[in-house]
Design a protein around this ligand. Structure first.
Ligand code: CS2
Ligand code: MN
Length: 353
């Protein structure tokens, strides 16, 4: 399960440890601004806290990429140097999985953080018409009230303070340039990844299309295969996030997983429910609550020999929990149990007699 650290998360390591089948956490130094070096001491401290609870660190989500690397501006080399040092320190601490994204300005985008469902649970939701009415600079203010006093990934106040400037920096960046900047970044970090066997796992853009006119490239099979081929190294890999790729209903999720065999290092498995082509909400993990066939998704991961960590992703807010939207304990624990159940059944069914 994902854990934001004791300073930020409402969920404790002890609670996570009590979810049957969960042995590790995906974590980060959450207050580290993008572009800064992570020291070995800070990593060691995070690690010993997790280990003391009886869990281990399964990987980092995220080491964020500085905007200057994405825009390819002159100062990018300095930030790439810092990224390399961070990777080196993670490698020395025996951490071998790093999730990151290459989305301009915003991380994920939603129009609502607490849409009420019939059963009284609340979920994150996306409605295109509502997004079209929002001015990007006001996006932060419009959702801040629903954050339950937490800081949400990708929506940190420092980042939002600079939104206008950031849009300016992207005005000449199209998809081709963004691909080029990603390639430049990956080529530069591959040697350190090879040295320490660090698997980089890019997270898809969420939703998987351009939002507010900004370019987005990690959105479908064609683009992700292009990315895999442009730096053809096993350490240049993927976080397969079903809820993000699945926003585009043309993406055939099990087929994408099969075509990325060997390059998926990390999986976020969650379900969405589509109310129309331009409106979706995050559902419970169970197939019948949403639009995805979760069995087929897990089966494709199993069949392709996937051996990295799988985590439940955003959960609904249920049982009156107050937590970071998407990251409460209860529904993610239910999600983890369900995914473990699917995995066990698939595994047993595949046993040759
Ligand atoms: C996450 C992303 O909460 C979420 O939607 O899946 O924020 C993810 O952590 C980042 O995009 C990865 O850098
Ligand atoms: Mn995800």
């Amino acid at each position: 399960m994902r854990w934001y650290g004791s300073k930020f998360d409402t969920v404790t390591l002890k609670q996570i440890r009590q979810v049957a089948g969960v042995t590790g956490v995906i974590t980060t130094l959450y207050d580290m601004p993008a572009g800064e070096k992570w020291t070995r001491e800070a990593i060691q401290q995070m690690k010993s806290e997790v280990n003391a609870s009886g869990l281990h660190i399964s990987g980092i989500e995220s080491v964020n990429v500085h905007e200057d690397i994405k825009t390819g501006s002159r100062s990018r080399d300095k930030y790439i140097e810092n990224y390399i040092e961070t990777l080196e320190n993670l490698g020395k601490e025996d951490i071998h999985l790093v999730c990151y994204n290459f989305m301009p300005v915003f991380d994920w985008t939603r129009s609502e953080l607490a849409r009420m469902r019939d059963d009284g649970s609340t979920v994150l939701a996306y409605n295109q018409a509502d997004i079209d009415k929002i001015v990007p600079e006001e996006m932060f203010a419009s959702i801040a009230d629903d954050m339950n006093g937490t800081v949400m990934p990708g929506w940190e106040p420092e980042r939002m303070a600079k939104v206008k400037e950031l849009f300016e920096e992207y005005k000449d960046i199209d998809e081709e340039k963004l691909f080029g900047n990603l390639k430049y970044f990956l080529k530069a970090i591959m040697p350190v990844c090879n040295k320490y066997d660090i698997k980089m796992a890019i997270h898809p853009d969420d939703p998987a299309w351009s939002v507010f006119g900004l370019p987005r490239i990690i959105i479908n099979k064609k683009n992700i295969l292009r990315m895999m081929n442009m730096v053809n190294d096993v350490h240049n890999g993927v976080t397969f996030c079903s809820g993000s790729y699945g926003t585009n209903r043309e993406n055939d999720l099990p087929d994408m997983i099969r075509s990325l065999k060997g390059r998926i290092h990390f999986a976020h498995v969650r379900n969405l429910r589509f109310n129309s082509d331009s409106d979706f909400e995050e559902a419970a993990h169970l197939s019948s609550d949403g639009s995805f066939d979760m069995y087929e998704i897990m089966k494709a991961l199993y069949d392709t020999g996937f051996s990295g960590p799988i985590r439940p992703d955003h959960g609904r807010m249920i049982w009156d929990e107050s937590a970071m939207p998407g990251y409460g304990l209860y529904d993610r624990a239910l999600g983890a149990s369900y995914l473990n159940g699917l995995w066990e059944a698939i595994k047993k069914n595949n046993k040759t007699i």
